[in-house]
Design a protein around this ligand. Structure first.
Ligand SMILES: NC(=O)c1ccc[n+]([C@@H]2O[C@H](COP(=O)([O-])OP(=O)(O)OC[C@H]3O[C@@H](n4cnc5c(N)ncnc54)[C@H](OP(=O)(O)O)[C@@H]3O)[C@@H](O)[C@H]2O)c1
Length: 307
């Protein structure tokens, strides 16, 4: 934590992100003045983690009680909430309103900016876990907004243990769609892949617990290797070895169990083939064998393939 007085914060929303933020804000020396949510119930439960915080469903009263207002509500609720707050809180000069939606810029906060608020975005590039290690060291936070709001958000990000960064400017604004798609590929889609992998091991007779115990160190090892060596060098498995026979067996088994997982594996194997080829990891014959196995499976069983 850096030194200096921390301003009062109102947290609007008491869901997954807010539950991670509040204890960290308290630990970093912010005064959490109020927590408010639609129902009020979740806010009351969360406010117990911040001594002296008001709690309830009065969002305007909560916002009026603090210098920094965090709109930690679902993405689609940010614009309507900002409109209501602009109507219900008279004076926004001297306040900073931040939301946490990675896919959005500051446009949903425009009604507050028109009332004099500084507006910005602080998007933790991480699905927070429970507990004090909600944001393990090194996680990034995307920052956007007017200059004073950016300064406030950057300072808050650092205080929370996050490393702030900005997407480069583009003529039509920063490429948030690419950013958010990348974030989903790297986290949500990994959840889907591991769920499919667990299903396969359960089909082979393991319990979910045993399946996870087998798969998690494997997945973690792959991620660690990518971090250390980059994707091309971290690559292992049948595609990287040009082992089309093993790949075909995998594709046939997936075709019997889960066609969506089969399609995902085909698409990802094609991506791995490009990666292995561009890194010079496969000779021409190996590349051709793998390409043929993928093409056959894509054409389907009627023509001798797996799909
Ligand atoms: N979860 C993550 O991993 C994560 C990571 C980075 C960024 N974010 C961003 O953080 C924001 C919040 O996401 P979340 O995952 O915390 O959502 P969440 O778990 O669904 O929680 C949403 C909270 O907002 C409250 N709420 C909903 N509509 C409201 C309204 N109109 N007025 C006031 N409160 C309202 C809900 O109140 P009740 O409790 O009363 O229903 C709930 O407490 C989103 O912008 C999301 O993109 C989330």
């Amino acid at each position: 934590m850096s030194r200096g007085r921390r301003p009062g914060v109102a947290v609007l929303g008491a869901g997954r992100l807010a539950r991670a933020l509040v204890p960290l804000l308290v630990r970093a020396g912010y005064r959490v003045a109020a927590v408010a949510s639609r129902s009020g119930r979740s806010a009351k439960a969360l406010a117990r983690r911040a001594k002296g915080a008001r709690a309830g469903s009065d969002l305007a009263a909560a916002a009026a009680s603090a210098e920094i207002v965090l709109l930690a509500v679902p993405d689609r609720e940010i614009a309507p909430l900002a409109r209501n707050l602009a109507r219900d809180v008279a004076d926004w000069s001297g306040r900073t309103a931040l939301h946490h939606a990675g896919a959005l810029g500051t446009a949903p906060l425009a009604p507050l900016a028109r009332r004099g608020a500084r507006v910005g975005v602080l998007h933790p590039l991480l699905a927070p876990g429970a507990g004090p290690a909600a944001f393990p060291g090194g996680a990034r936070a995307r920052i956007e907004g007017d200059a004073p709001a950016r300064r406030t958000a950057e300072r808050m990000a650092r205080d929370l243990g996050l490393v702030p960064f900005r997407l480069p400017s583009r003529p039509g604004g920063p490429d948030r769609a690419a950013y958010h798609a990348a974030a989903s590929l790297a986290s949500n889609d990994v959840v889907a892949l591991l769920a499919a992998a667990v299903d396969l091991l359960r089909d082979a007779g393991l319990s979910e617990r045993s399946a996870l115990a087998a798969l998690i160190p494997l997945a973690r090892g792959a991620v660690d290797r990518i971090g250390e060596e980059g994707p091309a060098r971290a690559l292992t498995g049948p595609v990287a070895r040009g082992d089309a026979r093993t790949l075909r067996a995998q594709l046939r088994r997936l075709a019997r169990l889960d066609r969506d997982a089969l399609r995902a594996h085909l698409a990802l194997s094609a991506r791995l083939l490009r990666l292995a080829a561009s890194a010079g990891r496969l000779d021409r014959a190996g590349r051709e064998e793998i390409r043929r196995a993928i093409e056959e499976a894509r054409r389907g069983p009627a023509r001798g393939g797996a799909v």
